[in-house]
Design a protein around this ligand. Structure first.
Ligand code: NAD
Length: 497
């Protein structure tokens, strides 16, 4: 099979990077397999894409919102029809097992339906006036060109969370997908274009962060930046955007705790911990990376987790029996192995895993064993820093107060969970956990697209994707007062006794 070449998608045309530079992406489960050749773009390509988005904007913003929504709804049908093929593309580009890749596509389908329906809602508020013969309402308006920068771990879902709400609001888009997994963005856009999206409304520029992402953030014609990725890069994006007073929405890292109280159903906990910690090879922003467990049940629970973790079937995600795939790239592999070494040096006890798998079927990929550390203290770096790999740190506590204190004692605040059958404990946790998402008797992963998604503290800057909040980043409120009295009526003056 010839190697697919992905050109930038600008103004409805596929174009090579101006410099002619490209880069290659290989399957993280088997480095002998090339996924595709992509454009190594720079500021010149970003300028072209922004110019195309700018040219398309005046027409797109005037397309009635229900019509824009219909395009999204049609795209949902196309995504559904192609789910299997797109899942395989996604697994090959970033490694997660096929069943999880299918979930990524389903999230995009859900978002296309939800955002598509918004075309017929997009409610504003209408209120009575203080004055007679005066009418007032508020409407949402698009802002302009939205620059989107996405990571590789949910390459279809995250692109859809940003792109579809932005489009239904009437904005045009330039997206710079994660360099390790750009195919899924092309697949999403393919469906939108076939569903009727006009040329230039969405543009794709591939490449690396500093050379292709940063020029997008700094481009003066791009008033909104929607970023998902690490806190380190998010902070830079925020600073650069602030200089031009841009609206910047940031979704960043996590160090998500799962609390287990002594009355919890341990069978349920076991399933939740395995899925939360090792699903997507731990490479989820919402991955369970800290298990905060009541001391009285810790030994029993850890034994069962270790037993299950050591039996997880690790392999190429394209094999339907695979439960855990590879890490996304060599840097990520090195980083995870360094954290495992650090955990040992910090004095934690390595209960299982910890090894780089590099022989036999694993010889050509970036595989690491599911890893569990016990005797972890909250001050250790493995208990505080985002590892983004299949590494679980177990911290023992004496009760709910200590559990909540430990859970909140990190810089991040994305997702948190508690397993308990005590309703009072559950409600206390719901209120006191410093996180944008809380689960009761479920692991830290499993968000649905029709509730707000995002985090507090170093995870976000106050915005929420998805849910009814999803339009806020991509639209500007306008309040409209219609005075049909035929006289000058001065609010707060003429109506005051
Ligand atoms: P990353 O920060 O390395 O990269 C994210 C994106 O930013 C990529 O497209 C990259 O090319 C781009 N980028 C890098 N440097 C840049 C620069 N100087 N200017 C502009 N863009 C730049 O993150 P990653 O490794 O792709 O993804 C993993 C991280 O993403 C983790 O920290 C994870 O927690 C986070 N994440 C968060 C969420 C969330 O919703 N909170 C969801 C998924 C992933």
């Amino acid at each position: 099979m010839s190697t697919p070449i992905f050109k930038n998608f600008i103004g409805g045309e596929f174009v090579a990077s101006r410099s002619g530079n490209t880069y290659e992406r290989r399957n993280p489960a088997d480095q002998r397999e090339i996924v595709g050749i992509f454009q190594d773009s720079n500021a010149d390509d970003v300028n072209d894409a922004v110019a195309a988005a700018k040219a398309a904007y005046p027409v797109w913003r005037r397309v009635p919102a229900p019509r824009r929504g219909e395009i999204l709804l049609k795209a949902a049908e196309l995504l559904q029809a192609r789910k299997e093929r797109y899942s395989r593309d996604l697994t090959r580009e970033m490694g997660k097992p096929l069943f999880e890749a299918g979930g990524d596509i389903v999230e995009a389908i859900g978002m296309a339906q939800y955002a598509g329906g918004e075309g017929r809602r997009m409610h504003g508020v209408t209120t009575p006036s203080e004055l007679p013969n005066k009418f007032q309402m508020s409407i949402r308006q698009p802002i302009g060109i939205v620059g989107m920068i996405t990571p590789w771990n949910f390459p279809m879902a995250i692109a859809s969370w940003k792109m579809l709400p932005a489009l239904v609001c009437g904005n045009t888009v330039v997206i710079k997908p994660g360099e390790d997994a750009s195919v899924s963005t092309y697949n999403l856009v393919e469906c939108l274009v076939e569903a009727g999206l006009p040329p230039g409304v969405v543009n794709i520029v591939t490449g690396f962060g500093p050379s292709a992402g940063q020029p997008l953030v700094e481009h003066p014609d791009v008033p909104v930046i929607s970023f998902t990725g690490s806190t380190e890069v998010g902070r830079l994006v925020y600073e650069l955007g602030a200089r031009q007073l841009k609206r910047v929405s940031l979704e960043m890292g996590g160090k998500n705790p799962l609390i287990v109280m002594d009355d919890a159903d341990l069978d349920l906990v076991l399933q939740g911990v395995i899925w939360g910690a090792f699903g997507t090879t731990g490479q989820r922003c919402t991955a369970t990376s800290r298990l905060i467990v009541h001391r009285s049940i810790a030994a029993t629970l850890v034994e069962r987790i270790v037993d299950r973790a050591t039996r997880l079937r690790i392999g190429n995600g394209l094999d339907p029996s695979t439960e855990m795939g590879p890490l996304v790239n060599e840097d990520q592999l090195r980083r995870v192995l360094e954290y495992i070494e650090l955990g040992r040096r910090e004095g934690a006890t390595l209960r299982c895993g910890g090894a780089h798998l590099n022989e036999g079927v694993y010889a050509h990929g970036f595989f690491v064993q599911p890893t569990v550390f016990t005797d972890v203290r909250p001050q250790m770096r493995i208990a505080r820093e985002e590892i983004f790999g299949p590494v679980l740190s177990v911290i023992e506590v004496a009760g709910l107060d200590e559990a909540l204190a430990v859970a909140n004692d990190v810089s991040y605040g994305l997702s948190a969970s508690i397993y308990t059958r005590d309703i009072n404990a559950a409600y206390r946790a719901m209120h006191e956990l410093e996180a944008g998402i809380v689960y009761i008797n479920a692991p830290t992963i499993g968000a649905e697209i029709h509730l707000p998604f995002g985090g507090v503290k170093a995870t976000g800057n106050g915005h929420r994707e998805a849910g009814p909040t999803m339009l806020d980043v991509f639209s500007e409120w306008k309040s409209v007062y219609v005075d049909y009295s035929g006289t000058l009526q001065r609010a707060q003056i003429d109506n005051v006794e």
